[in-house]
Ligand binder design. Structure first.
Ligand code: NDP
Ligand code: MG
Length: 376
């Protein structure tokens, strides 16, 4: 029986992973971790009886210990506790579902410990893809994409040859078709109102700015080792085609499915086997129309900014990611307007002098400095 650790088990991907675990019924949950939501973490711990639970917020550790005092579950805390949960001997696979760069060091440690990774946390590859992918190859661990687009590409690549372009689809987020003027005064609630997916708050805002697509282009570059010039983005409102691979003979393979994150999660959990689906079957005759558009790069400059960060490489994607994480938080806290998110990211990138090949320690330092500069 496969044994997994779910990092970020209380979030959108984390809870859907547990739904897939319930459905598959042959996976052991050995570790669960949360940022601070110990009420849900306690409920999950009582249901799945893992060996270890970890909470990142140190101030919640004592309370969590008290809550689980009548069980045999080991309770650990802080960043160290999360990394401990990610590297437990009994764990075969780590589901990386923490949001943001906080997910990087546990993934790094898990790979060092030889664990396969089901990767939802795109920020890991955006900030440290040049370290993580070679390390995964060296350690012989599987990097199984959970992000729906990357899972789609993974399925469409039958052989790693004759690939002309990767074509990543974008739903267009909450503000498809809007003009910059119309975006001036949009609210947090407007931005969180995603048409097709119910996700965590940060990624939903990233979808509205198209930052999410920029992060995904960088993620795809690292996962599939394809040049940036050969990674295209196309807006596809229905979120049925999850991405495509164009081959040198101009044939295009697309992966289609109902928009349900449990499908790529389940695929990663059962890899290399395929199980009966938890997601609903796709009925194309009910959908009728699949539409595709060029992204509006003027109204949503995040896409080209991310492409620039990726192509520049070195520490630039770290700055792009850190400034975005900080700015999204400021927007969610009502401190800045929607359009200022991308402006702040651009300013942070303009000020930055690129460090080539940053180490994990340098990445963490740059991340802290950028957040500090943005007063976050
Ligand atoms: P959520 O915000 O819903 O969940 C985030 C999880 O991370 C929660 O368990 C949270 O704990 C935990 N967490 C937050 N901060 C920290 C921290 N500093 N240290 C440790 N744990 C922390 O996010 P999502 O599930 O939406 O996204 C998770 C990742 O998956 C992101 O990288 C996202 O880009 C990616 N992804 C998500 C998709 C989706 O459909 N949601 C689709 C594709 C990719 P707590 O609940 O206690 O705060
Ligand atoms: Mg995605």
């Amino acid at each position: 029986m496969k044994s997994i650790a779910i990092l970020g088990s209380t979030g959108s991907i984390g809870t859907q992973t547990l739904e897939a675990v319930d459905f598959l019924n042959d996976i052991k949950v050995s570790a669960l971790t949360a940022g601070g939501n110990i009420e849900l973490l306690e409920r999950q711990a009582r249901k799945y009886k893992p060996s270890v639970v970890a909470v990142a917020d140190l101030s919640k550790a004592a309370d969590l210990k008290l809550r689980l005092a009548d069980t045999d579950i080991e309770v650990v805390s802080g960043q160290e506790g999360i990394c401990y949960a990610a590297t437990l001997d009994e764990v075969d696979m780590v589901v990386a579902a923490i949001v943001g760069i906080a997910g990087l060091s546990p993934v790094y440690d898990a790979i060092c410990a030889g664990k396969d990774i089901a990767l939802a946390n795109k920020e890991t590859l955006v900030t440290a893809g040049d370290i993580i992918m070679p390390l995964a190859r060296e350690k012989g661990v599987g990097m199984l994409p959970v992000d729906s687009e990357h899972h789609a590409i993974f399925q469409c690549i039958t052989e790693k040859k004759n690939i002309k372009n990767l074509i990543i689809t974008a739903s267009g987020g909450s503000f498809f078709g809007k003009t910059p003027q119309e975006l001036e005064n949009v609210t947090v609630e407007d931005a969180l109102n995603h048409p097709n997916w119910s996700m965590g708050r940060k990624i939903t805002i990233d979808s509205a700015t198209l930052m999410n697509k920029a992060l995904e282009v960088i993620e795809a570059h690292h996962l599939f080792n394809v040049d940036y010039d050969r990674i295209k983005v196309v807006v596809h409102r229905e979120s049925i085609v999850h991405s495509m691979v164009e081959y040198t003979d101009n044939s295009v393979l697309a992966q289609m499915a109902t928009p349900d994150m449990r499908l790529p999660i389940q695929a990663a959990l059962t890899y290399p086997e395929m199980a009966e689906g938890i997601a609903k079957p796709l009925d194309l005759s009910k959908i009728c129309t699949l539409s595709f558009y060029e992204p509006d790069r003027k109204t949503f400059p995040a896409l080209d900014l991310g492409l620039y960060a990726g192509k520049t490489g070195g520490s630039m994607p770290v700055v792009f990611n850190a400034a975005n994480e900080a700015a999204v938080q400021m927007f969610l806290d009502g401190k800045i307007r929607f359009m200022e998110i991308v402006q702040l990211v651009e300013k942070a990138m303009e000020k930055h002098t690129v460090i080539p090949n940053p180490t994990i320690k340098e990445i963490s330092e740059i991340d802290k400095k950028i957040r500090g500069d943005l007063n976050c």
